[in-house]
Write a protein that binds this ligand. Structure first.
Ligand code: HEM
Length: 266
């Protein structure tokens, strides 16, 4: 098939999956903002999504996008290196107009995947996966703010996240204009504009993620999500709704602890 057999087809697949992932991270950062301004509403959204069929379809689609994007990235990199052969090592200095990010997209992608592994263990495994399995820890899977609290109580979390966010910024700034180029929209008027839009978009999204990580860390250390009476009432409701769920100690299938040791006593 053209999308797999030709180099331009493969680039187009990268561009389409990349565009969907940019939309996803934009949606995600806006959703996190709800946790800052209206924590109880954020938990209601987590409750509404949970492991319901529509959330599972969206998660499966998202996972497919990530997997296709990663497989094609490795494929294109191997193909490019083969095409360049030994000349890859012959060029020591690169022209200044070749950006650092464009030379390091694969490495940046690997840093983002490493961040995602930590992130999925801290959140997805304990929320959606735990609900699918029908077993969870002391925290009910709908209580998103308590998972934020558990993760950001530990200083390691904001450090790991900010490293991931910086890699995401470089990856997005290059990926944004590159996807338009792959789709054939490549001219002297629009390319500088697209680069500028991409820089702004990535800076706003990543800037908001960084601010959120800082606010969540401060809130976690102040006990904001643990001590608020309205939130405590909501947690009790979630617990009583899920009273048939098995606690994690009784269920070997559940990932027992992704919260670092220093945060487990919270
Ligand atoms: C301050 C930063 C962030 C926080 C607090 C945060 C929080 C969360 C939470 C609470 C969930 C829900 C888990 C569930 O219901 O299953 C989630 C899911 C997810 N997050 Fe994040 N996130 C952050 C940044 C990011 C970034 C930068 C990315 C991507 C590069 C990302 C990718 C994902 C993915 C792929 C999922 C799974 C979505 C699904 O199952 O449909 N997150 N995140």
């Amino acid at each position: 098939m053209w999308l797999t057999n030709s180099s331009i087809g493969r680039k187009l697949v990268m561009a389409i999956t990349g565009a969907c992932l940019i939309l996803f991270v934009t949606f995600h950062v806006l959703m996190n903002a709800v946790a800052i301004f209206w924590p109880a509403a954020y938990n209601e959204i987590c409750n509404f999504l949970g492991a319901n069929w529509y959330a599972l379809v969206a998660s499966a689609g998202l996972a497919a996008l990530f997997i296709i994007h990663i497989i094609y990235a490795v494929w294109l990199t191997v193909q490019n290196r083969k095409a360049r052969g030994n000349s890859r090592y012959a060029v020591v200095s690169k022209p200044p107009q070749v950006e650092w990010a464009s030379q390091n997209m694969l490495v940046l992608g690997i840093v983002i995947v490493a961040f995602l592994v930590v992130h999925m263990i801290q959140f997805w495994a304990k929320m959606q996966l735990a609900e699918i399995m029908g077993c969870h820890g002391e925290i009910p899977p709908q209580a998103g703010t308590l998972f934020i609290d558990a993760a950001f109580s530990c200083w390691v979390t904001p450090v790991v996240y900010i490293i991931g966010f910086v890699a995401l910024w470089f990856h997005m700034t290059h990926g944004f204009w590159s996807m338009f180029q792959s789709a054939g929209w490549d001219n002297n008027i629009w390319m500088p504009r697209l680069k500028s839009i991409g820089n702004w978009w990535a800076t706003i999204v990543v800037g908001l993620f960084i601010v959120q990580a800082v606010v969540f860390t401060i809130n976690a250390h102040n006990g904001t999500y643990r001590n608020c009476p309205a939130l405590q009432e909501q947690y009790r409701e979630f617990k009583s709704e899920g009273k048939n769920a098995v606690l994690v100690e009784e269920c070997s299938a559940c990932p027992e602890s992704a919260v670092p040791q220093c945060c487990q006593n919270k």
